[in-house]
Write a new protein. Structure first.
Length: 403
C-alpha cells in the first residue's frame, strides 16, 4: 500500500539543548521530508497509471503520432511493407480510418491501445497488411533452392541405402548360389572320378557285371551333371528373352498321370505314398508339353526334397475345373514354409534355409522356372503353407479353346 501524503506531516521542528542532539533532530527532519516527497511522487504516478482519462478516445490519441510509431516499430523489426490501420472502440465503432484503408477480416491484426482502461473505455488499433502474402513468399523464397537441394539429397540418400541393402541381398544370394552349385557339381564329379579310377583296376575288367555297373554309374552321374548345367543355362535364357514355347493341345490329366506314374518309384523308395485324383472333366490346355512336364516334375521333386526326415512323405495330386479354368494342386506333408519366406520362394536363386544349407540339393532355380513357365502360359501359381504341416501349390491355367 502507498501512504497518502496527508498522513505525513509537512514539517517537523525540533530543538535540542546541545549540538549532537540538534544534529540528530535535523537528520530525522530530513528523513521524514524524504519519505513525504517519495510518497507524494508515488501518488502522482499512481494517478497517471491507474486512473482512466475521462477524455474521449479521439482526443486521447494523436493518430499521426500513432502512424509514426507503427511505421517506426515495423521497420525496426524488419517489416517494411505497406499497411493500413483503423482505431475502434469496444463495440467496433470506427474512431479513425486511414484514407487508403482496405478491409479483410482474415488478415487484420488488433491490439488494445490502453491496457489499464476499464472495459467501457477500451480502444483498439487494427492493422491490415495488403501485401502480406507476397511478403511472406519473398521472405522464404531464398529457402526454396535449399529445400529442393535438401529433398534431392534425401532422395539420393534413401536410394543409396536401398541400393546398398539390395546389393547386400544379391551378394548373399550369389554366395548361396555359388556354394550350392559347387556342392551340386562336386558330388557327380567325385563319383565319376572314383568310378574312372575303379575301371583302371584289372580285377574290374575281368568282371563284366561290375564293369557294366560302374559304366552305368558314370553314365548316370554324367546325365545328372548335364541336367544341372542345363538348368542354369535355361534360367540364363529366360533372363535374356522370352522362352520359345511350342504350344499344342494337351490332355493335362493324361500328362500328369504319366509324370506321377514315373515319379511314384522315387516316392516309394522313401517309404512314401502318392495319391492322384484327376477329377477335371475338361483337362485340355494349350501348353508346351515339355516345359509343362518339367513344371509338374519340379513341384513333385521339390516336395520330396523338403520332406520331414522322420515322417514318411505323403503326396496328393489333384485336378479339377472351376470358373472355366483348369486347376492343379500338388500337396505334401513336408516341413512347410514360414509366412515371411512364402512370398520369396518364386524368386530366382532363393532357397528356404533348413539349418544346413546343403541338406537340400538344388540352386534355387526350380520354383523360379515353374513361375516363369506358368506365367508364359497366361496362368497363375500360388503357394499355401504352414510350418511343420506341409505345403500346397495350386496352378490355374486357361482351358484350350478351338478357334
Amino acid at each position: 500500500m502507498i501512504n497518502r501524503p496527508s498522513s505525513i506531516p509537512k514539517e517537523i521542528i525540533s530543538t535540542g539543548k546541545n549540538i549532537p542532539q540538534t544534529s540528530r533532530t535535523l537528520q530525522e527532519i530530513v528523513k521524514e521530508r524524504y519519505i513525504y516527497q517519495r510518497a507524494l511522487l508515488n501518488e502522482v504516478i499512481y494517478n497517471i497509471l491507474y486512473t482512466a482519462s475521462d477524455k474521449p478516445l479521439k482526443e486521447r490519441v494523436n493518430f499521426k503520432q500513432l502512424d509514426y510509431f507503427l511505421n517506426s516499430e515495423l521497420k525496426n523489426n524488419g517489416v517494411d511493407i505497406p499497411y493500413h490501420f483503423t482505431v475502434t472502440d469496444r463495440d467496433g465503432k470506427e474512431i479513425y480510418r486511414c484514407s487508403d484503408y482496405e478491409y479483410d477480416s482474415e488478415k487484420v491484426y488488433s491490439r488494445l491501445l490502453f491496457e489499464k482502461d476499464p472495459p467501457a473505455k477500451m480502444g483498439f488499433v487494427n492493422v491490415f497488411f495488403p501485401t502480406m502474402d507476397n511478403y511472406i513468399f519473398s521472405s522464404v523464397r531464398f529457402m526454396i533452392p535449399s529445400i529442393i537441394f535438401t529433398l534431392v539429397l534425401l532422395v539420393t540418400f534413401i536410394f543409396t541405402i536401398y541400393i546398398i541393402f539390395r546389393q547386400k541381398k544379391l551378394t548373399e544370394i550369389k554366395n548361396d548360389f555359388i556354394n550350392n552349385m559347387t556342392h551340386e557339381f562336386k558330388t557327380p564329379i567325385s563319383t565319376i572320378s572314383l568310378a574312372a579310377q575303379m575301371l583302371n583296376d584289372p580285377a574290374i575288367s575281368k568282371s563284366p557285371a561290375m564293369f557294366k555297373h560302374i559304366s552305368g554309374v558314370i553314365n548316370d552321374e554324367t546325365k545328372r551333371l548335364r541336367f544341372q548345367v542345363e538348368k542354369v543355362l535355361q534360367m540364363s535364357m529366360f533372363e535374356r528373352q522370352k522362352a520359345t514355347l511350342k504350344k499344342k493341345e494337351v490332355d493335362a490329366n493324361e500328362l500328369i498321370y504319366g509324370v506321377t506314374n514315373t515319379f511314384r518309384l522315387k516316392v516309394e523308395n522313401c517309404n512314401g505314398t502318392l495319391d492322384v485324383a484327376l477329377d477335371a472333366d475338361d483337362p485340355f490346355v494349350y501348353v508346351d508339353e515339355m516345359h509343362f512336364t518339367n513344371v509338374i516334375f519340379n513341384l513333385l521333386d521339390n516336395a520330396l526334397k523338403y520332406k520331414k526326415p522322420d515322417v514318411n512323405i505323403h503326396l496328393k495330386v489333384r485336378t479339377w475345373n472351376e470358373s472355366g479354368k483348369l486347376h492343379i494342386s500338388i500337396e505334401d506333408n513336408g516341413i512347410g514354409i514360414k509366412k515371411e519366406n512364402l512370398k520369396k520362394i518364386f524368386e530366382k536363386f532363393y532357397r528356404v534355409h533348413t539349418g544346413n544349407l546343403h541338406d537340400v540339393k538344388g540352386f534355387g532355380l526350380g520354383l523360379a522356372y515353374v513361375k516363369k513357365i506358368i506365367t508364359d502360359h497366361k496362368g497363375t501359381i500360388r503357394a499355401e503353407s504352414e510350418l511343420n504341416v506341409g505345403t500346397k501349390f495350386i496352378i490355374v491355367l486357361p482351358l484350350f479353346k478351338e478357334d
